[in-house]
Design a protein around this ligand. Structure first.
Ligand code: OOG
Ligand code: MG
Length: 258
């Protein structure tokens, strides 16, 4: 199996908007380690093209997402510069395959965080602030269906991201009881509380630090932004959707699907 070829296949699917069959259909024995090897290749290719990482992301960190995707463990990926959309801006649906939206809390680090053994408490001590965020995920696999290895290789379906305009202090949002609601065209589509993400979204950042350490990838550098994972299940987007998410105490973010 050639990890480079698999990474190229996934990039081609992203660019052509033609979804591919799961890699595990051809290689049923693939595991998490190989998944990250393919993802690393994909990141190398994007980096050589001149793209930069603007954030790390954690995924499958809430029960709602685990149930929706039938995967039971958190995973991480990279958000690139070309994925960012402005708050209150537009997302061009023809650039994507079958996008879904998630409401998430993003952390900005004030200090480097390096595993092993990082806790959520240490993360909160080393956090400069938080941002309300949307992640738009878009699996490069047919029917948005995949196994754990597939989705890791596919950079955890990373596709677009919207950050709020204002950085808030960690104390301005209740990390365990803060409510988050997702509305599309004025209708409530999903809601949850922050503890849905591993008990506290800070635990998701801690887990990222510990996973990066375990995979020999070093620290999360100071200044990094980390998306901690969807609080609710992801909601499918269609043309014309006006998407708003309201976060207790830290306001609203929105975008329009054109
Ligand atoms: C994988 C990515 C999940 C999240 O926030 O849970 C994710 C997927 O569901 O396609 O980004
Ligand atoms: Mg996500």
């Amino acid at each position: 199996m050639n990890t480079r070829k698999l990474a190229e296949l996934l990039i081609e699917a992203e660019e052509s908007r033609l979804p591919v069959s799961c890699l595990t259909d051809s290689f049923p024995d693939l595991d998490v380690t190989m998944g990250y090897h393919v993802q690393d290749e994909l990141i190398n290719i994007r980096t050589h093209e001149g793209h930069e990482r603007i954030a790390f992301k954690m995924g499958i960190t809430s029960l709602a997402k685990m149930k929706q995707m039938n995967i039971s463990e958190p995973i991480y990926g990279t958000v690139f510069d070309y994925m960012q959309l402005p708050n209150k801006g537009e997302m061009a649906i023809e650039e994507l395959i079958h996008p879904k939206v998630e409401a998430e809390i993003a952390f900005i680090l004030a200090e480097d965080i390096e595993g092993p053994g990082i806790t959520g408490k240490e993360v909160l001590e080393k956090t400069a602030g938080i941002l309300p965020a949307f992640e738009i995920i878009d699996s490069r696999y047919k029917d948005f269906k995949f196994k754990l290895f597939d989705v890791i290789a596919d950079n955890t379906s990373a596709s677009r991201v919207v950050f709020g305009d204002t950085v808030f202090d960690t104390g301005q949002f209740d990390m365990e009881k803060g409510r988050v609601s997702l509305f599309i065209n004025g209708e409530l589509q999903a809601k949850g509380t922050s503890d849905a993400v591993l008990g506290n979204p800070a635990n998701s950042v801690a887990m990222l630090a510990n996973m990066l350490y375990a995979h020999g990838k070093g620290k999360i550098p100071k200044g990094s932004i980390i998306l901690t994972g969807g609080i609710t299940e992801a909601i499918r987007l269609t043309k014309g959707d006006h998407v708003i998410s309201a976060f207790d105490g830290i306001g609203e973010i929105s975008f329009f699907v054109r």
